[in-house]
Design a protein around this ligand. Structure first.
Ligand code: FAD
Length: 266
């Protein structure tokens, strides 16, 4: 690992100020960043730790919206959001292993936007709003605008994800085909049914990252049953092909996991 300096701000304002330094980068749970640094694939002069910022750890619900601090860990979401939004808590409970869930955070996952990550599917299917805070203040970004391709988001370099607001659907489910070596999804589908319609987000499948399967959304909005998907052709969306699964297998899984999610959501 290359040398770096670690700073530990106690507030968002202090973190934003620290990130103004040359070659400074936030670190949250370190579950993605530290292995990358150990492999010398990433380097920062200063790491700005977000783990000591209490104002980024809140988890609250008013019955219609679940709001997670960007620094909330997967384990805390699994525990504390189970009543308010069971499908999202279940997603968090199945990320990686206990060590990853204890350290990894919502903000780190959404900022990283790994094409196989779980939270991007939950955020996109829920129509979540991401709050990004930078030197000129905070702004809200709709999930539909936030995810911009492989490891790419609408975040500016000096912005951090401070909170995420998830509208709570009538019913929802996340179905994940686990890639056993990493515990990431090979393909996973998050289905969320709102009064205005159904949203379906797929992760793990596309080289462009998480995407909405709009044909499934239309079919399920008209008829929220697994049968509604039977005649649909699985999405294409530049499918990933690697040693874990071919493009055709991943396309097939998109439909299988969406169907399972609809069944689970009831
Ligand atoms: C063995 C293993 C299994 C895993 N399995 C899964 C899985 O099944 N599903 C899944 O979704 N993920 C999985 N992960 C990834 C895990 O969820 C990580 O926690 C997550 O990707 C990154 O979160 P973090 O808080 O650790 O971020 P870090 O590693 O600290 O940071 C990741 C990136 O985000 C930036 N960053 C961090 N926080 C913020 C913020 N608030 N605002 C802006 N930028 C920020 C950092 O600068 C860095 O670029 C796994 C990881 C491991 C090691």
């Amino acid at each position: 690992m290359y040398d770096f300096t670690l700073t530990r701000p106690a507030t968002v304002a202090e973190a934003i100020a620290a990130l103004q330094g040359e070659d400074a980068q936030p670190i949250a749970g370190g579950q993605t960043l530290l292995p990358t640094m150990k492999a010398r694939l990433a380097q920062a002069d200063t790491l700005v730790s977000l783990t000591g910022i209490a104002e980024m750890k809140g988890i609250s619900s008013d019955g219609t919206t679940l709001t997670l601090g960007g620094g909330a860990t997967h384990a805390a979401v699994a525990r504390e959001a189970a009543q308010a939004y069971p499908a999202l808590a279940s997603l968090a409970a199945r990320i990686g292993d206990p060590a990853v869930r204890t350290r990894g955070t919502v903000g780190g996952s959404l900022a990283n936007n790994d094409p196989s990550a779980c939270y991007p599917a939950g955020a996109l299917a829920s129509g979540a709003t991401i709050t990004a805070t930078g030197p000129s203040g905070s702004r809200e970004i709709a999930a539909d605008d936030y995810f911009q391709g492989l490891f790419t988001t609408a975040l500016e370099e000096d912005e951090i994800v401070t909170s995420v607001a998830f509208p709570i659907p009538e019913t929802a489910a996340y179905e994940k085909m686990i890639q056993p070596a990493s515990r990431f999804p090979l393909v996973a589908a998050f289905v969320a049914k709102f009064p205005a319609g159904v949203r379906v987000a797929i992760t793990g499948a596309s080289a462009d990252g998480v995407f909405r399967w709009t044909e499934a959304e239309e079919a399920l909005t008209a008829n929220f049953t697994p049968d509604a998907l039977k005649t649909l052709t699985p999405p294409t969306h530049d499918m990933i092909s690697d040693l874990h699964g071919s493009q055709d297998y991943r396309r097939h899984l998109c439909k299988v996991m969406t169907t399972r999610a609809v069944k689970a959501a009831g």
